[in-house]
Design a protein around this ligand. Structure first.
Ligand code: AMP
Ligand code: ZN
Length: 462
């Protein structure tokens, strides 16, 4: 069955076919680790996870790369202001290196809690300085750069189709350049290498042919995608905000050095909003996954909530919607358990429903409809064994981890079930001390809890 994906380069749905037989290259712009990720950021990674799972369900081998931006992303996207990492260091009193480590770890925990498939390659900007310098040198050798007193800049006027991805109105931007552009020749020009300031000491800096300093934000993605996926690969993803600047600049860099626009497909996840405004890290007005967990929600309820809206439409977060998702998740788990208990394990996947499901996910990841197909299948006349097998098949994309979830038998008292659930949430947030405390509490009440490959099991203590 064909897969259709919406490509923002062409602004239309296109049938997907891989560039190479062996693997599909998928590059996703990763977090800037100066603070915790918010649930908006995580919505973007969830869409990317659904994309990867859909490709895999169709038999593709995906080579998935996510970068970690731990240097060079400045407070202003116009290449001005402080590096977000150095600003984060001032805010927290920890070193830029320490906060990078801390927020990278926290990000990966959130990633796991949402049951996202780990990329084959996580790569950090600070571990690829040589590759970035080589890439800048390549752009320089092709005549696309100029030097100012604070660094090396990309001259966007040298490319006729600069900004095509975002359909940028360059004349309009040029004409309206009331904003201070310093020594930059054009408002859309951007830094490839910034020199360290003379009046203050940076924590993260390196030698380069242009002087001691640090890479601009965009070069890391061109350099690392070229290293791990080649300079021409299948799909590049990010949030919708990346189109106008970050991705336009990545493309400009690749065009200059390699003559490619990096990726065959450019896909973007639309924003999660709160109260009709965008959720953003820099404004500080954001919700973390951990906050949802502390409010008693299962991270996978957030995953299910995100699947209720198409990735190309904005989604406004509400606690009520999350509650409904949590209720639906509980219903689904109970159904799964019932099917597992009553059915045989050798059920056959329903062709009718798997075709329906596949045609929805293959139509530009239409998850709201795919989830509807799932409920329809569960209400159908299929045998329990067939339903279970079909649900297992759907879960390869939905990622709700149903097989791992063994709900607890009804002869366990409600009070114990609640403690077991609290302990599960503690574990999901890696609160090991809390989890141990709850295990002891459960034990004191006469029950044992066990974490098995099949999920959580509870039984009266021996
Ligand atoms: P950052 O850590 O700020 O570099 O962003 C990480 C990813 O999250 C990028 O792909 C952004 O485009 C995306 N993103 C930022 N804010 C939101 C939001 N409110 N909703 C969805 N995605 C977002
Ligand atoms: Zn990027």
């Amino acid at each position: 069955m064909d897969i259709f994906l919406y490509d923002n380069w062409e602004r239309q749905l296109r049938p997907f076919s891989p560039i190479r037989q062996e693997w599909v290259g998928l590059y996703c712009c990763g977090p800037t680790v100066y603070d915790y990720a918010h649930i908006g950021n995580l919505r973007t990674y969830l869409f990317e996870d659904l994309l990867r799972r859909t490709l895999e369900l169709n038999g593709h081998q995906v080579r998935h790369v996510i970068n970690i931006t731990d240097v060079g992303h400045l407070v202003s996207d116009a290449d001005e202001g402080e590096d977000k990492m150095e600003a984060g260091s001032r805010r927290t009193g920890e070193s830029a290196w320490d906060i990078a480590e801390k927020y990278t770890l926290a990000f990966k925990q959130d990633f796991d809690s949402l049951n996202m498939l780990k990329p084959q390659i996580w790569c950090k900007a600070t571990e690829h300085i040589a590759e970035q310098i080589a890439f800048i040198a390549c752009i320089e050798s092709k005549g696309f750069t100029y030097i100012t007193s604070d660094g090396v800049y990309f001259d966007t006027s040298k490319q006729d189709d600069y900004g095509y991805l975002a359909r940028l109105n360059r004349e309009g931007i040029e004409a309206g350049k009331r904003v201070e552009i310093g020594e930059k020749l054009h408002p859309t020009d951007f830094a490839l290498w910034k020199l360290s300031p003379e009046d203050s000491q940076r924590q993260m800096e390196w030698d380069s042919p242009w002087g001691r300093g640090f890479p601009g934000w965009h070069i890391e993605c061109s350099a690392m995608s070229a290293k791990y996926l080649e300079p021409w690969f299948d799909i590049h993803c990010g949030g919708e905000d990346h189109m106008a600047i970050h991705h336009s600049n990545e493309i400009a860099q690749n065009q200059a050095c390699h003559g490619t626009r990096l990726a065959n497909f450019w896909m973007h996840g639309y924003f999660l909003q709160i109260d009709a405004g965008k959720m953003s890290k820099s404004s500080g007005d954001f919700l973390r996954l951990q906050t949802l967990i502390e409010q008693g929600f299962d991270p996978l309820a957030y995953r299910l909530l995100c699947m209720s809206a198409h990735y190309r439409s904005q989604l406004t977060f509400s606690w009520d919607a999350l509650k409904s998702a949590q209720t639906a998740l509980a219903r689904l788990r109970e159904t799964y358990l019932r099917l597992k208990d009553s059915g045989m394990d050798d059920g056959v996947i329903s062709e009718e429903f798997s075709d329906k499901f596949l045609s929805e996910v293959n139509q530009d990841l239409n998850l709201p409809k795919a989830v509807a197909v799932m409920w329809e299948m569960l209400k159908s006349e299929l045998s329990d064994a067939g339903k279970k097998a079909t649900l297992d098949y759907f879960d390869r994309v939905l990622g709700l981890n149903l097989a791992q979830w063994v709900a607890i038998k009804s002869d366990i008292p409600e009070e114990i079930l609640q403690l077991v659930e609290q302990r599960r949430l503690s574990r999901a947030s890696k609160d090991w001390a809390g989890s141990d405390r709850l295990r002891n509490e459960i034990k004191a009440l006469g029950y044992e809890v066990e974490d098995t490959a099949d999920g959580i099991k509870v039984k009266p203590a021996a």
